[in-house]
Design a protein. Structure first.
Length: 139
């Protein structure tokens, strides 16, 4: 019996399998020394985050939807499954927001995550452009 079949036989099994897959992807794309806290279904890591805005307004994202810089829920990651929800926290000011991976990127060395201009504004990091944020994978 495969893991997928076994997981479907248990209520909520697919959620556990998804969470485990998301954790494996995150753990393989970030330095293990960045991990702050792990639980059965959540992991918090530090991610070097940048933002993208109006220069890409109207372009199609990896999920097929149109990018809107004013949407504070947009995030891009190279490896996490599209639709993964992440709670981002700026450790310098405590501001946080929930984003969802809807696109692929960033394509600049040393960066882990791109977020929309509106999310950057919410987190208080728009002026600096790039910031290391705490990222908690929630779904």
């Amino acid at each position: 019996m495969s893991l997928g079949t076994e997981a479907r036989q248990h209520k909520g099994g697919s959620i556990v399998v998804f969470a485990a897959m998301a954790m494996l992807i995150v753990l393989n794309t970030v330095d293990r020394s960045q991990i702050q806290n792990t639980e059965a279904t959540t992991v918090t890591v530090k991610m070097v985050t940048s933002w993208y805005g109006k220069e890409l307004q109207g372009s199609r994202m990896a999920n097929g939807k149109i990018f809107r810089a004013e949407d504070p829920t947009i995030a891009a990651h190279k490896g996490l499954p599209l639709g993964t929800e992440i709670i981002l926290t700026n450790p310098e000011n405590g501001r946080h927001c929930k984003v969802k991976t809807q696109d692929r990127g960033p394509f600049v060395a040393g960066r882990d995550l791109d977020i929309s201009e509106a999310a950057a504004e919410t987190l208080g990091m728009k002026d600096c452009g790039v910031k290391t944020l705490l990222a908690k994978i929630v779904k």
